[in-house]
Design a binder for this molecule. Structure first.
Ligand code: AMP
Length: 527
């Protein structure tokens, strides 16, 4: 059957929570209500695990279950590698090297395929969430992963903003300050959000990239391995299969201890075994340093926001690890602010992303005048005056420029757009040339909180040629603009010459590589 060329292409957008250990997908139904989309296995969350099996990539629970039998064919915790180029991280299967964004694309493809089966229509667009403190390279890698999976990525948004959107959807008229505590499988993120007058605004954010459930699992794994070594004089972690098996047992024990006071871990390796009892108290004691880290970050973010706990109305818990009783106890010890119980820690982020996806489509409708979504949907996301819900994020890293300090005879970083500035953000400043007769003004753009260039991440360069014989201190004008998708544009202006550069992140994939990678990934059967 030939497609009707005059038929209007329909769009279906979903929200994707691309987690370190689990993913979730949500959409807004025809009545404007957010719903989680179950995967082909009828699960509401999908493990972020890939098993390479011949020319197929199996994603989810089946891959996770096979991790012990075939650990060398498994990829997990890819999110921790996002933003690295292929030289820094890749996994090899069937002689092909896969980057972190290609691996993430396989996971997204599974989510997309399953969502299409469930909804009975093609999924064209998505909003994908990232931890608030993800830097530009990590955000761009996430955007690319969605594109590689064949999606039009409407936005890459912050997980806590997303959780606040899910929570705040029916409270937009209220005036609330919400503290989002997100402890996932591999990352920790704390954000303060304000909900008022149809507007959700991010006030402060901080986090630890490498703090999450896996650290608790590692504590258990290492303890069992030590006990095994004491009993049998052998290290069970040297064998990949034994490690994977022990890792799964540790994870199960940790989850069991959220609802039980004690559990038993049995581990066998090389014909020998240990049987150990682990109590909740013991686990909490061994992992106290991890919760202390979480607490410190909570305190830092409160300081950064300039708030006291009496100014916070609700605490939102997201991320599977926040189900641990010790997390609630730690928070209870810090503040008496009530914990909101009307959001599911596993689902809030995906639901918020679905809300953002519809907001983005409604925004596009308003710009183009073309209506794709129903009035019922529009009504759900509008204030009484018809205006759409507004979401404002802030920058989570300082964007600076490297300058020369004549008095100290050294380079330093001047902050152009400071951390916690609402986006979109812009800043214009004029600087003097460092020497007489400079041929070029070279602007080195960096990201980070330090004034020492070597301690910041280089993002790129924007330069212009200068006219000859300029004295030292001749003015060069510099403009930084940072848009809602957190893409930075740098403009250098001097003596009628202008150079404008969109700072391309060091994600390792060029436009051409994206095209090739998309074609390559199409060859892989994702199930
Ligand atoms: P997320 O990345 O948000 O999906 O969080 C997943 C993490 O939460 C993993 O480390 C899980 O082991 C952990 N997790 C999930 N459920 C529980 C639970 N009931 N108790 C403790 N940890 C859990």
């Amino acid at each position: 059957m030939n497609a009707d060329p005059s038929a209007k292409a329909t769009r279906k957008a979903v929200g994707i929570d691309l987690g370190t250990t689990f993913c979730a997908v949500a959409h807004i139904d025809a009545y404007g209500k957010p719903q989680i989309i179950p995967n082909a296995e009828s699960e509401r969350i999908t493990p972020s695990v890939i098993l390479f099996d011949g020319t197929s990539a199996i994603v989810g629970t089946m891959a996770k279950q096979n991790a012990v039998a075939e650990p060398e064919k498994i990829v997990d915790f890819v999110k921790r590698e996002m933003g690295k180029n292929k030289a820094q991280f890749h996994r090899e299967f069937n002689t092909k090297h896969y980057s972190a964004e290609e691996l993430s694309a396989l996971i997204i493809k599974k989510l997309k395929n399953d969502a299409e089966k469930y909804l009975g229509e093609p999924v064209t667009d998505a909003v994908i969430t990232v931890p608030a403190y993800f830097n530009d390279a990590e955000r761009t890698a996430t955007l690319h992963a969605g594109q590689l999976a064949g999606l039009n990525v409407l936005n890459v948004i912050n997980e806590p903003t997303s959780a606040a959107l899910a929570y705040g959807l029916d409270k937009l008229d209220s005036n609330q300050t919400v503290f989002v505590f997100d402890l996932g499988g591999g990352t920790f993120d704390v954000t303060i959000m304000k909900i008022e007058n149809n507007h959700i605004r991010m006030m402060a954010s901080n986090g630890d990239h490498r703090l999450g459930g896996k650290d608790w699992d590692d504590v258990i794994v290492n303890w069992v391995a030590e006990e095994f070594d004491k009993a049998h004089g052998e290290n069970p972690l040297l064998d990949l299969q034994s490690y994977q098996d022990l890792y799964n047992r540790a994870l199960t024990a940790k989850i069991q201890l959220s609802s039980r006071m004690r559990t038993t871990i049995v581990h066998s390796y090389a014909g020998k075994s240990v049987k150990l009892e682990l109590t909740r108290e013991d686990l909490e004691h061994r992992c106290r340093h991890l919760l202390e880290k979480c607490k410190t970050i909570c305190e830092i973010v409160m300081q950064e926001a300039g708030l006291g706990w009496d100014q916070v109305d609700r605490i939102l818990l997201t991320g599977g690890m926040s189900r641990m009783p010790s997390v609630r106890e730690m928070i209870g010890g810090m503040t008496s602010v009530p914990i909101a119980d009307d959001v599911s820690p596993d689902e809030a982020v995906a639901i918020g992303a679905a809300v953002q996806a519809v907001l983005s489509l409604l925004g596009e409708e308003d710009d183009s005048g073309e209506r794709v979504l129903s009035q019922e949907v529009r009504d759900q996301f509008s204030a009484q005056d018809g205006s759409l819900i507004q979401v404002t994020n802030i920058t989570t890293h300082t964007l600076g420029v490297v300058l020369w300090d004549d008095s100290k005879v050294e380079e330093y970083v001047f902050p152009m757009i400071r951390k916690m500035t609402p986006v979109p953000a812009g800043m214009k400043n004029s600087f003097g040339t460092a020497k007489a007769n400079m041929k070029n003004a070279i602007v080195r753009v960096v990201e980070g909180e330090s004034t020492v260039p070597g301690e910041c991440t280089p993002l790129g360069i924007c330069d212009i040629e200068l006219p000859p014989f300029l004295p030292k201190g001749s003015p060069v004008e510099l403009t930084y603009t940072y848009n809602e998708n957190q893409v930075l544009e740098v403009i250098v202006d001097a003596y009628g010459r202008t150079n404008r550069v969109q700072i391309a992140r060091n994600t390792g994939l060029s436009e051409a590589e994206i095209e090739t990678a998309t074609a390559d990934l199409l060859q892989i059967n994702v199930v």
